[in-house]
Design a protein around this ligand. Structure first.
Ligand SMILES: Cc1ncc(COP(=O)(O)O)c(C=O)c1O
Length: 369
């Protein structure tokens, strides 16, 4: 008996999202080695595409790390933080907390700007915090996947820069779905993943270091995430590790699709579909946690109505409709569902399907309990 899935799960959770058919076809191409001349050309193409899609400043180094979004986070932290670095971390949920933990592991003296889960960070709160507690690094999550909240990164990065701090931005749930302008907003290091708004499977983490970050890098304690060694591989073709050609095909094709659609058009599609989902939810009596203006378009934190079996509804959607949605994390466990509309999963057709399925699930699960 094969354990492989025999039909496509409709992935509407916090990630992974659906993989575009073109990306699936790209991954079926023959394997080449990590130093093959063809691979070299692909790596150059990926670098150029990432540079454009991140809107990185001239003199930046954009590339992809082997691993998931967390590997991107670790690459940014491991190359900018050493023992005693003063790091201010904006914590608006689970992934802000992960970022703070990561900074601590690399020896930073961390001070947190703690924000109530479900709210975005007020730029004035960061300004006041930095005036009282100066920092070398300010780290923040753009799209907080645990709460469905968008942080005002352009403003937060401006404040950090005015205090001479470098910024690290987690764009795992925003890159390719929300406006992001690494160069224009003065972000120094930014990372993402492949399995959310880009529409490829997980396995690579796009990362970009701007010119100031490249200058102020520290001696990296990690071998695998060492920027200098990764530059040697990406720029000077020196062996570092056996990078997967299959995943590079996937990322290159996913970025080609993003550029063909156009960044602005893609952001607009994510916004439009998010608004349609909010209307659909309203029609069936469901609301979302974040307030208007702080909501992600890519990840919707939907309040579970009182008396409803949260896990039962998810199980019903999966068993009866082959649809995956996510549960809440930490203090929001049992209180929200997380519905992702990212990349190829951000589509009006899937919203109609989900709306109908959710209605059925709510009535069946409520009736049964
Ligand atoms: C905002 C954010 N940061 C980091 C991560 C970690 O990414 P990964 O699970 O790909 O390692 C996630 C995963 O969902 C995320 O949503």
């Amino acid at each position: 008996m094969s354990l492989l899935p025999d039909n496509e799960r409709i992935l509407l959770g916090p990630g992974p999202s659906l993989t575009s058919p073109r990306v699936m076809r790209a991954m079926a191409s023959p394997t080449v080695s990590h130093l093959d001349p063809l691979m070299t050309r692909l790596l150059d193409d990926v670098r150029a595409r990432l540079q454009r899609c991140f809107r990185a400043a001239d003199g930046s180094f954009a590339f992809a790390v082997s691993g998931t979004g967390t590997a991107g986070m670790e690459t940014a932290v491991a190359n900018l933080i050493r023992e005693g670095t003063r790091a201010t971390v904006v914590v608006t949920g689970y992934f802000g907390d992960r970022l703070a933990q990561m900074c601590e592991r690399y020896g930073a003296v961390v001070s947190r700007v703690e924000v109530e889960w479900g709210r975005a960070c007020d730029p004035d709160a960061l300004r006041r915090h930095l005036e009282a507690t100066p920092a070398d690094i300010v780290a923040m999550v753009h799209a907080e996947t645990s709460t469905g909240v968008l942080n005002p990164v352009a403003d937060l990065a401006r404040i950090a820069r005015a205090q001479h701090a470098l910024t690290i931005v987690d764009a795992v749930t925003s890159f390719g779905g929300h406006p992001l302008d690494v160069g224009g907003w003065g972000i120094d290091a930014c990372y993402s993943c492949t399995q959310k708004c880009l529409g490829a499977p997980s396995g690579l983490a796009p990362v970009v270091f701007g010119p100031r970050a490249l200058e102020r890098r520290v001696k990296c304690r990690s071998f695998y995430f060492d920027l200098a060694l990764l530059e040697d591989y990406w720029l000077r073709r020196k062996y570092h590790h056996t990078m997967s050609s299959t995943l590079v095909y996937a990322l290159d094709e996913a970025l080609a699709i993003v550029e063909e659609e156009g960044l602005e058009a893609r952001w607009a599609r994510h916004e439009r579909n998010h608004r349609t989902l909010i209307e659909t939810l309203k029609e069936i009596g469901l609301g979302v946690l974040p307030r208007e203006g702080e909501r992600l378009w890519t990840l919707n934190a939907v309040r579970v109505p009182g008396g409803v079996d949260e896990a039962g509804v998810r199980k019903h959607l999966l068993d009866e409709f082959n649809i995956e949605i996510g549960s809440g994390l930490g203090p929001l466990a049992g209180k929200i569902w997380r519905i992702g509309l990212m990349g190829a999963s951000s589509s009006p057709r899937l919203i109609v399907l989900l709306g109908g399925a959710l209605q059925r699930a709510l009535s069946c699960v409520t009736r049964a309990s």
